[in-house]
Design a protein around this ligand. Sequence first.
Ligand SMILES: Cc1cc2nc3c(=O)[nH]c(=O)nc-3n(C[C@H](O)[C@H](O)[C@H](O)COP(=O)(O)O)c2cc1C
Length: 184
Amino acid sequence: MKKEFVVGVTGASGICYARRLLEVLCTDATVHIIVSDVAERIAAHEAVRISGFNAKYHDNNHMFSDIASGSYRYDGMVVIPCSQKTLAAIAHGYADNLITRTADVCLKERRKCILVTRETPLSGVHLTNMVSAHHAGATIMPACPGFYHHPKTIDDLVDMVVSRVLDHLGVEHTLTERWSGADA
Ligand SMILES: Cc1cc2nc3c(=O)[nH]c(=O)nc-3n(C[C@H](O)[C@H](O)[C@H](O)COP(=O)(O)O)c2cc1C
């Protein structure tokens, strides 16, 4: 059966992570996309297009959407990139827009909820919110690529992050080769 996911895009740098994830997911899953107002502006600033995917786009202010209800079933949600503001809201159940409400629903329904945060350095507030969200059931996946695959391009680095997100969603991919050991 076709899998179904919600992708929230919020106002952190790194909208390219969202675009790459959507390129993969929209090929054979049903995808719902919610983009925050600031994310729209950062996407324009970073010259990354997140419109035009084969997906259902939702208005972040439309709390009456199907996905806002726990009775609507889907396989999981990713917030990518996830701003510290949205992380804070999710960590505290402050569901005042569709992204934070849908994440709140994921947590209460015990569905996969992946938060791809991007900020550095992290304050004590950020760290505490990450721990709270983790204890509530979210998976915190900072946009933090490894270098052991010898990336040559920015796209390689983006794929490194997105491939780990896909692994956690249980979606097959060929974005990166799997580590198969090396001589020390
Ligand atoms: C150009 C730009 C880049 C930003 N980058 C980040 C970032 O990398 N991480 C972050 O947590 N917030 C970042 N912010 C701040 C958030 O956009 C801001 O807290 C906003 O209220 C988030 O709202 P949203 O989560 O509803 O999109 C950035 C803001 C701007 C204008």
